[in-house]
Design a protein around this ligand. Structure first.
Ligand code: CDP
Length: 224
């Protein structure tokens, strides 16, 4: 297969990450989790300042952070900040609560975009996020916009929490999903949009395997 860049965007709970990982493993691509970078910067600022406040500004120390990501053969990705493995730490709810200010910041976004583009210079990759097809790789070989109804996405999040043994209120999850959609779509820079040349996949009535197979077919087609 020739070198390909695949951009996968979509709202929270649309299955971007799970699907992209499996496609990457099956087709031998490198998977890059752009959300983990925003999470890592949030983790760093929280550790540095104790909180993320609306007057947050991008400082030199953030620009010098050594953020690295490794994709393991079994589909997991490891993210580190200045040599500290933050892969598990960044999945905390406190990160999700504070990430909005960080991911809305244009200097942060520019910093992350430079990093993401650097990582993909010589490899075939599949990257998921909100603005990958629109801003990070407007010339991607394949752009996919994964979607699903709010109800289905809330149900998937519920299942994830239940699988982790956490008891959660379905209405609360639904509310959070609607709130995240708003935030992602209203962001001044790098908002979640469906690129005009993205393949739209509504996964509401599809199994995960069906979505994976569909994306694999699309990737194999452009990689010929
Ligand atoms: O897994 P989930 O979709 O919930 O989130 P994520 O991909 O880990 O991303 C975490 C947060 O970073 C989200 O709230 C997005 O708004 C933000 N993000 C972003 O602004 N741009 C990206 N390219 C990826 C994530």
């Amino acid at each position: 297969m020739k070198k390909v860049t695949v951009a996968v965007d979509g709202p929270a709970g649309s299955g971007k990450s799970s699907v992209s990982r499996r496609v990457a493993v099956d087709l031998g691509l490198m998977y890059i989790d752009s959300g983990a970078i925003y999470r890592s910067i949030t983790w760093y600022v929280l550790r540095r300042d104790g909180s993320v406040t609306p007057d947050f500004v991008f400082t030199g120390d953030i620009g010098e952070l050594k953020i690295e990501q490794e994709f393991t053969g079994d589909g997991a990705s490891l993210t580190s900040v200045n040599g500290v493995d933050v892969s598990v730490l960044i999945r905390d709810e406190v990160i999700a609560r504070n990430i909005g200010i960080i991911s809305d910041n244009v200097d942060v976004r520019n910093f992350v975009n430079v990093l993401l583009r650097k990582w993909t210079k010589s490899r075939s990759i599949i990257m998921d996020g909100r603005d990958i097809g629109s801003v990070v790789f407007p010339d991607a070989d394949l752009k996919i916009y994964l979607d699903a109804s709010v109800e289905v996405r809330a149900g998937r999040r519920m299942k994830e929490y239940l699988d982790l043994g956490k008891n959660v209120d379905e209405n609360l999850i639904k509310k959070q999903i609607i709130q995240r959609d708003e935030q992602d779509r209203r962001r001044p820079y790098g908002a979640l949009v469906r690129a005009h040349d993205a393949v739209y996949v509504d996964t509401s009535c599809m199994t995960m395997q069906q979505v994976i197979d569909h994306i694999k077919d699309l990737v194999l087609h452009i990689g010929q």
